[in-house]
Design a protein around this ligand. Structure first.
Ligand SMILES: [Zn+2]
Length: 123
């Protein structure tokens, strides 16, 4: 499963302190969830307790479309009740960056990551 390559935009993103920098390429237009059922086109507000507390607003790019320029190896992880999906954050400034959903057994999310859009510029 891939997103439509002809209508994609790459956004630069970073944590608050700038220790972690990455880009996220997403299809356009993004839609509020629920939308057309294509995960890459969705913006979703997860209602689990940790996502609510951290104000996550998630998009679901393909994993190869999240490219780290620096700091990936420094990200800290928090495992809550959903142990298959570690919440990743900057250990220096605390910015909540993404939820690693590689271990989530949902067909529509295979090969994707869940990125908090509040750190992307111009989204
Ligand atoms: Zn930081």
């Amino acid at each position: 499963m891939t997103d439509n390559l002809s209508t994609r935009t790459t956004y630069q993103a970073n944590c608050h302190c700038g220790a972690i920098k990455y880009s996220v390429t997403l299809p356009r237009p993004l839609q509020a969830f629920p939308s057309d059922g294509i995960p890459g086109n969705n913006i979703a507000r997860c209602n689990c307790s940790i996502c609510t507390r951290n104000g996550y607003l998630l998009v679901y790019p393909m994993r190869e479309d999240v490219v780290f320029q620096c700091g990936e190896e420094t990200m800290a992880s928090y495992l809550c009740a959903t142990k298959g999906a570690p919440h990743r954050f900057c250990p220096k400034c605390g910015s909540a960056l993404l939820v690693d959903i590689a271990g989530v057994d949902v067909e529509a999310l295979k090969g994707r990551n869940a990125v908090n859009v509040s750190h992307e510029d111009c989204l």
